[in-house]
Design a protein around this ligand. Structure first.
Ligand SMILES: [Zn+2]
Length: 305
């Protein structure tokens, strides 16, 4: 559970204090107490990282596996990442690049215009992930086989795919994130791999925040709500927010949605409430972040209290 990154641990409370808060933790979180059973002294959350003028495009961010960078170049320039075209910089020249859970040790970013091309090579630091065993799950939730259920899962996947294709013309991502919950207990870190009933599952691409059902969820940054579904099979109440450049944050298992599809939200705005709907073993917010086909750790983008 120990990672080198500790900057964003401000609100990460000890798992041992869950009972005191009346929160039923999922089995994988009860397995062991990974954090001390007391409230750590808060440390200041840094302001939005300033652009570094010594780097090409003034890049800033967290240059680690599961991290990200933001930069600013010529408006409308073509973005190439590791030899793959990734769209255009915003009308103000801003762009975002996410680094995968298992990103290689270097990332090449190029901006191309009709006149010239500039490139940067970033070193990407490794991140250590945990392996968690989750036993006692009902078998039918591990591998769905009912045809009607498979149809439903397929329909819902199409809805999500449509939302992920959104490219809102905003650059809100450049300001970093605020925490979506005021108070929570970390019940699952990004990138952890779970072994479900003995079978290794895909790595966990979310940051799990345990909190009582009904706890308000706030937008961590300005954006456009591109999906708001109250009861999906896996995700329960799900909201997706496009922050620009295809950077989309996700809020799973909600008991109640407040924001609606098509609505513009601002940082701190109430979007919904914590719950345990969908495939969840207790009330928590599974917070996820996706850019193009890459998944990142949303907690690494927190720069505001
Ligand atoms: Zn999760």
């Amino acid at each position: 559970m120990e990672k080198s990154e500790s900057l964003n641990r401000r609100y990460m409370l000890g798992l041992g204090s869950a009972a005191a808060l009346g929160i039923a933790l999922p089995a994988y979180a009860r397995r062991k107490s990974a954090h001390p059973a007391h409230f750590p002294t808060p440390v200041p959350v840094p302001a939005s990282p300033p652009l570094d003028p010594t780097l090409p495009f003034g890049l800033s961010g967290r240059f680690t596996q599961s991290g990200y960078c933001v930069g600013r170049g010529t408006p409308g320039a073509e973005i190439w990442v590791d030899g793959k075209s990734r769209g255009l910089t915003s009308p103000n020249g801003w762009f975002y690049v996410g680094f995968d859970r298992d990103a290689p040790t270097a990332c090449q970013i190029s901006l191309k215009t009709a006149k010239d091309q500039q490139s940067a090579m970033l070193a990407i630091a490794p991140t250590t992930y945990d392996i968690q065993r989750v036993d006692g799950l009902p078998q039918d939730t591990v591998t769905p086989q009912d045809p009607a259920l498979l149809d439903r899962i397929k329909r819902e996947a199409a809805l999500k795919a449509e939302a992920f294709a959104s490219r809102a013309d905003i650059d809100a991502f450049k300001g970093g994130f605020a925490w979506p919950l005021d108070k929570f207990i970390v019940s699952g870190h990004f990138g952890n791999q779970r072994v479900l009933n003995g079978t290794p599952a895909s790595p966990h691409m979310g940051f799990d925040m345990a909190a009582p059902t009904g706890t308000p969820i706030h937008a961590p940054q300005d954006g456009l709500v591109v999906l708001a579904e109250p009861d999906l099979f896996y995700e329960g109440g799900l909201i997706l927010i496009d922050h620009g450049q295809g950077l989309i944050s996700m809020y799973l298992h909600q008991s109640e949605l407040v924001a609606q599809k098509g609505q513009s939200v601002t940082r701190g705005q109430l979007i919904g409430k914590v719950g345990s709907k969908g495939r969840a073993t207790g009330p928590h917010l599974c917070w996820r972040l996706k850019w193009s086909d890459r998944h990142m750790d949303p907690s690494l983008m927190v720069t505001h209290a």
